[in-house]
Write a protein that binds this ligand. Sequence first.
Ligand SMILES: CC(=O)N[C@H](C=O)[C@@H](O)[C@H](O)[C@H](O)CO
Ligand SMILES: CC(=O)C(=O)O
Length: 322
Amino acid sequence: MTMASSKKKLEGLVAATITPMTENGEINFSVIGQYVDYLVEEQGVKSIFVNGTTGEGLSLSISERRQVAEEWVTKGRNKLDQVVIHVGALSLKESQELAKHAAEIGADGIAVIAPFFLKPWNKDVLINFLKEVAAAAPALPFYYYHIPALTGIKIRAEELLDGIQDKIPTFQGLKFSDTDLLDFGQCVDQNQQRQFAFLFGVDEQLLSALVMGATGAVGSTYNYLGKKANQMLEAFEQKDFSSALNYQFCIQRFINFVVKLGFGVSQTKAIMTLVSGIPMGPPRLPLQKASREFTDNAEAKLKSLDFLPFTGLKDRNLEACS
Ligand SMILES: CC(=O)N[C@H](C=O)[C@@H](O)[C@H](O)[C@H](O)CO
Ligand SMILES: CC(=O)C(=O)O
């Protein structure tokens, strides 16, 4: 526990990394170095969450997950603050293997979702599963990744956190990807004496979560809207709430637009390719590549919001926020 507890707290924006792929569906390791530089230099994002939802972690083989994790850790060395690896899997054995591997390669933490096929039906069973995974990496900070809409496991995070450190001594925080701000607020409220990280995962609502005590955020949009989100965090920090709200609305205009077109990991890959210029490639089945129509519409919206660099249309960007 000494190593885990001496680790500095995970805070600020954490990009949920995309797993770049080639047109024929293999992982494109060759762009990960550029991707790290892009996040740090262009978006001001210094921590990453690897092999999660956005990274199609559950669609990769165990061997691929190990290689992806290793590449991010290697390329992020001396550049990134923290690299957290999502090691959740349906098989406890696989999850433990990935946790152990994350420790071996020098990752800064591990996160785990609830197993979602044969399900834990109550808090104690879920804790037992998480505990067994955490124990495979006893020196690494452990984060629970709460994403009930995707796992179907609706055990409230507030309930799960009650007494969790007695069971999982390396427990260090929560990645909360749900819109239930009562549950989130109570996680914060009931653990004020503990140094947990409360990482919010609904990018379009981050400002509300900051009010509730979020200490950071993990999300897909920080890959390409990190700079804007950082401006919002800065304004919030300065107690300039009207500017913070202005930034949140600006981010919402974009997310609202793409949500209406149908937004998920495939679309995130297309948008990131557009904005960063780094080819993210297609997603893996069962996901399907974003349509040309989606990409064209998203591009027009990004331009009108002034979210694309060098568009040369500044005077016509009526929706742009400062
Ligand atoms: C379901 C999902 O992928 N959630 C992401 C992270 O938890 C978010 O970053 C969303 O992509 C984002 O908030 C847009 O809805
Ligand atoms: C968004 C997020 O945290 C994930 O992709 O796992």
